[in-house]
Design a protein around this ligand. Structure first.
Ligand code: MG
Ligand code: MG
Length: 595
């Protein structure tokens, strides 16, 4: 089934939008009238540009306030329509979108609406054009898809059909099952958009918060299944109005958009990309730094031992139990100092994981960084983090550890086990994209998004996990465009005794993030602790939380570059301490350089 995208969904000039849509693999576009009006290209040139890019023009839109208006208004509308149909002929577009009227003088009269749409369809037919009539959720008198279909059916004109838009249908809570009563050949067009579930004015909701299928709260796939039952064989087209996408670069947005349709096609059985290969653990986290000293000092104090060095590159392997951290000083060009640049994910089938990723438009990375390296399957996440699919203890497969030569080291302390979670800060416009990526490409489960207050803004955070919790990645983002480096990434290490781990870290010269006394006064008011427990937490800067499943104790190292470490003791608890995040963020701001 063909894929299409409305030019309004992407930022930039019309030329930039068309190029981005083509590069991302779309088959066609909806030309949004404002994009055409603002373009220096003639309609013929736009047509030629689309043809060169391999794009069909599937729809021209929108035509508004046509029907059920006073006679003199309607006469003007027909004149306007004739101009637009002439334009569409030059453009090579054969379907026009007509939205249900919001004209203040429009009357609630289906017979008049039908009469006007019939005359419009007569005119369109002379131009070889089809009219797709769409019920806007805020249409003055026609606001539901079944109503617009009743009018189209009553007209019974071959050049008049309906346009279904998942936002308009699902935002009003209409039951999409009724779509199956419409003959497929009378559905002239299908526009798809998701949206977060918000309680707000539907027009504002639509104009600012639409998002790609799978990124919001609507059952878009369920709606598409009903449409497919009718025999509809037109394109699946994305029509997204979104404040973030308007500002984000068109290229990545178009890829994100196309990925959402590929996932949707898979969900409804229209495509069968390679199945997801869910990662089964964290093989390593790789830090890139211009200076290994500060981060090595933190790792050493945490009890990590430097166990091996890369054969040919300035990369050290540090280990503590099953937690492994690579410290890479080859990437010293990073503008923001030490950062989490790559994650090794244990994979039951690294090659299969890469095939899945490629089918869902994730950029594959070269299998070898250097000729002598083990060939590893790797892709780039939307934020640029490199994800390596690893098979650490499987001799039959290429092993990243084979690139490392053991160095003499002492055994680390007991009690620290593995990476509990990794927290990646997303560029502000990549949050929903990142969630969809990790969910669809890696087959991880996305938890609810939570808002966290920061002293200088608001953060949103959402975890993606595998079924047994051995892979947990917390994706977070500032709620407004900000300097992405304000918020740091972190590596959380699971320990079975956070008090012992924190003490031992401090005794080894490590610095923990100081937490204000007020936090502990509040904690003592909320929970009852054993004698001395609260005092111990206060002394070390250990934070506490509890959920229906158990308890959580955690503390933080100071930040090095863009990265800090968290020590967590998770006793049944399933969250990430979001309750405590505002206190942590405030404490980190106090320690920021220049303050
Ligand atoms: Mg629409
Ligand atoms: Mg954390």
């Amino acid at each position: 089934m063909r894929t299409s995208i409305a030019t309004v969904s992407l930022s930039g000039s019309l030329t930039e939008k068309l190029t981005a849509a083509s590069r991302a693999g779309f088959d066609g576009v909806e030309i949004f009238e404002n994009d055409l009006l603002a373009s220096p290209l003639t309609p013929e040139e736009i047509r030629g540009r689309c043809a060169d890019l391999g794009l069909t023009i599937d729809l021209y839109q929108p035509m508004r306030d046509i029907e059920a208006v006073p006679a003199e208004e309607f006469a003007c509308n027909l004149r306007r329509a004739r101009h637009k149909f002439e334009l569409m002929r030059r453009l090579g577009a054969d379907t026009v979108l007509v939205c249900s009227s919001v004209h203040p003088l429009a009357v609630d009269d289906d017979a008049l609406a039908a009469e006007h749409l019939s005359q419009l369809a007569d005119l369109a037919q002379d131009f070889g054009i089809r009219v797709a009539y769409e019920a806007l959720a805020w249409g003055r008198h026609v606001s539901t898809y079944d109503h617009s279909w009743r009018i189209v059916e009553a007209v019974g004109h071959p050049a008049l059909g309906t346009c279904l838009d998942s936002f308009h249908i699902l935002s009003r809570g209409s039951d999409p099952k009724g779509i199956e009563n419409i003959p497929g050949e009378k559905i002239f067009f299908l526009q798809l958009a998701d949206a977060p579930l918000l309680a707000m004015d539907v027009l504002q909701w639509s104009r600012h918060y639409r998002c790609f299928p799978g990124q919001g709260g609507f059952d878009v796939a369920g709606l598409v299944r009903h449409v497919l039952h009718t025999g509809y064989d037109g394109p699946l087209s994305l029509e997204i109005f979104n404040d973030v996408f308007r500002q984000a670069e068109a290229g990545p947005t178009a890829v994100d958009a196309h990925r959402s349709l590929l996932v949707l096609k898979e969900t409804v059985g229209l495509a069968t990309p390679p199945a997801p290969v869910v990662p089964t653990g964290v093989a390593f986290a790789e830090l890139v730094t211009p200076d290994a000293e500060p981060v090595s000092a933190v790792l050493g104090a945490l009890g990590f031992a430097r166990t091996a060095r890369h054969r040919s590159k300035p990369v050290d392997l540090w280990e503590l139990g099953e937690a492994r951290v690579l410290v890479n000083t080859a990437g010293s060009a990073r503008r923001d100092g030490t950062g989490l640049a790559a994650i090794g994910l244990e994979s039951p089938d690294p090659a299969g994981a890469a095939r899945r990723a490629e089918a869902l438009l994730a950029p594959l990375l070269p299998r070898r960084r250097a000729p002598e390296d083990a060939p590893l399957d790797a892709v780039a996440a939307p934020d640029g983090t490199e994800l390596f699919f690893c098979a650490t203890d499987r001799p039959e497969l290429p092993n990243w550890r084979a690139d490392f030569v053991e160095v003499e080291h002492e055994a680390g302390p007991a009690g620290m086990h593995r990476v509990d979670h990794l927290a990646l800060v997303q560029p502000w416009h990549h949050y929903d994209e990142a969630t969809l990526f990790h969910r669809s490409v890696l087959g991880l489960h996305a938890q609810e998004s939570v808002d966290v207050a920061d002293p200088y803004g608001l953060m949103r955070s959402r975890a993606v996990t595998n079924p047994d919790g051995s892979v947990r990645i917390a994706l977070s983002v500032g709620a407004a465009p900000t300097d992405d480096t304000v918020h740091a990434q972190h590596i959380a290490l699971a320990t079975d005794d956070v008090v012992a781990a924190a003490r031992s870290y401090r005794e080894a010269g490590g610095r923990l993030l100081p937490i204000p006394a007020n936090y502990y006064d509040d904690l003592g008011a909320r929970y009852e602790f054993a004698d001395g427990e609260l005092e111990t937490y206060r002394e070390l800067g250990i934070l506490y939380d509890r959920d229906a499943h158990g308890e959580f104790r955690h503390c933080y190292t100071v930040t090095v570059g863009r990265v800090f470490f968290e020590l967590v003791q998770r006793d049944g608890y399933r969250g990430y301490g979001a309750q405590n995040a505002p206190v942590r963020l405030a404490a980190q701001h106090v320690l920021r350089p220049g303050r």
